[in-house]
Design a protein around this ligand. Structure first.
Ligand SMILES: [Zn+2]
Length: 203
């Protein structure tokens, strides 16, 4: 086996490691650094105000069965339970690329999810979904700083209970793009990947 082949093999292994099967076995304490960056070095804050605490009702890499949806290209999304009207903040500085808040919290059709998309300087895209009717606090093209209030949460679209669906994506085409694993620098208790059914406070 030559060096070139070993390198290729290593790359294949690395890509296999970066999938859900591995992440499912990773606990908060021992999260894989190659998948989740150390939270202390994360460029993201939790998408809600400091001193607030919210439960993760759906985490990363869920099983492909109902009622879960965080698999395939949504596998690194988080659902935070929160009452309708909770203030949502920008997890990272960026520019508002998409705003939809026309649907009500009783509209649960496939294409009735209100949402805001923000593009970051590094070319990634943040999706803040299920916001409430007229819940946007930003306009298209607006530059928002990390921590700015951008919306009020809701229950619009494919949402069984009021919550915020948050994910960072590799492209602006959320149907084709891949969500990317992220951590939050202001999370308490300390955590890499956030775990389902755990509550996290924003410091
Ligand atoms: Zn979700």
């Amino acid at each position: 086996m030559n060096k070139y082949f070993i390198t290729i093999l290593a790359l294949i292994c690395a890509s296999v490691f970066a999938n859900c099967a591995t992440a499912e076995t990773v606990s908060t304490d021992t999260y894989k650094k190659e998948i989740y960056t150390n939270y202390k070095e994360s460029p993201y804050v939790l998408p809600f105000l400091p001193k607030q605490k919210h439960k993760v009702i759906q985490g990363n890499c869920e099983k492909k069965e109902k009622p879960w949806t965080h698999y395939d290209n949504l596998k690194y999304a988080y659902d935070f339970e929160m009452p309708i009207g909770t203030e949502i903040i920008a997890a990272k500085t960026g520019t508002v690329l998409f705003v939809r808040d026309e649907f009500t919290d009783n509209d649960h059709g496939k294409n009735q999810g209100n949402a805001i998309v923000i593009i970051h300087e590094d070319g990634t895209f943040a999706l803040y979904a299920h916001i409430t009717h007229k819940g946007s606090k930003v306009r298209l093209g607006q530059i928002v700083k990390q921590g700015d209030i951008i919306a009020l949460s809701g229950n619009s679209g494919e949402s069984p209970i009021p919550h915020l669906h948050f994910q960072v994506n590799s492209t602006g085409d959320f149907a084709k793009g891949e969500s990317v694993p992220i951590t939050f620098k202001n999370v308490f208790p300390e955590a890499g990947r956030l775990e389902k059914n755990a509550e996290y406070e924003a410091n």
